[in-house]
Design a protein around this ligand. Structure first.
Ligand code: ATP
Ligand SMILES: Nc1ccn([C@@H]2O[C@H](COP(=O)(O)O)[C@@H](O)[C@H]2O)c(=O)n1
Length: 217
């Protein structure tokens, strides 16, 4: 195996730190990165902008077809309401099928890629070189999210954020199509007691071990 075929699949619940880790790993291994959550957010954002109900499957499918991976605007899509809406449209199977096709095309680049989301190791890239399932307790995740919000605009309520995270977990883990769960061959990374640097080193240790073992075989 060469670095050219390195596909790193990262899954985990909301605010577990998978995006932060994915960006660090992509930079370190010189790989393109796709935050697949942004693709679901883009669909939700289109529906919200047009005033269409989130349960309106035909319009959601139309919006999914229009998603352009090169034009995902993190600043616009990262607002809380869009994330909530994204987890509601993410239950629509046809929307998932369209977005998964686009995500697979991204993963198929000659260089390899890093993708993070909820179903990367289980559905999008079942043959990924390395699968990581990043998690942390709901309380730790809520604390991190609160710190992030406070750093941005100075306001946030821990209990509300914790309730949001619990609701999002329930929706993402409980849906019928592609529920969030670790792939059978995923490496679990519980970062509850790790800072960002420690989690990054732990992930690299796993990845480098897999790459080295594959190059010896
Ligand atoms: N190991 C860590 N220790 C402390 N803070 C962390 C750690 N990992 C990530 N963070 C911080 O936690 C917050 C959430 O991280 P991040 O956005 O990467 O999570 P995520 O899993 O991608 O979330 P989402 O799926 O909701 O987009 C960020 O503010 C990030 O800086
Ligand atoms: N592979 C994925 C990625 C995301 N989702 C859904 O989108 C919501 C928003 O994701 P963020 O990571 O940007 O917070 C998320 O709650 C999921 O419902 C998905 O289903 N599959």
């Amino acid at each position: 195996m060469t670095a050219a075929s390195l596909v790193i699949a990262i899954d985990g619940p909301a605010a577990s730190g998978k995006g932060t880790l994915a960006r660090r790993l992509a930079d370190y291994y010189h790989l393109p990165h796709l935050d697949t959550g942004l693709t679901y957010r883009a669909v939700a954002h289109m529906l919200l902008t047009k005033g269409w109900p989130l349960g309106d499957a035909p319009h959601a499918v139309e919006a999914a077809r229009l998603v352009d991976l090169g034009s995902l605007d993190r600043d616009v899509l990262s607002v809380h309401a869009v994330g909530e809406a994204a987890s509601k449209i993410a239950v629509i199977p046809e929307v998932r099928r369209i977005l998964v096709d686009k995500q697979r095309a991204f993963a198929a680049q000659v260089s390899g890629a890093v993708l993070d989301g909820r179903d990367i190791g289980t559905v999008v890239c079942p043959d990924a070189t390395v699968k990581l399932y990043v998690t942390a307790s709901a309380e730790v995740r809520a604390r991190r999210r609160l710190a992030e919000i406070e750093a941005r605009d100075g306001t946030g309520d821990f209990a509300t954020i914790l309730a949001d995270i619990a609701r999002r977990d329930e929706r993402d883990m409980g849906r019928a199509d592609s529920p969030l769960r670790p792939a059978a061959d995923a490496h679990l990374l519980d970062t509850s007691e790790m800072d960002i640097e420690t989690a990054f080193i732990a992930a690299r240790t796993i990845i480098d071990g897999i790459v080295a073992a594959a190059s010896e075989s």
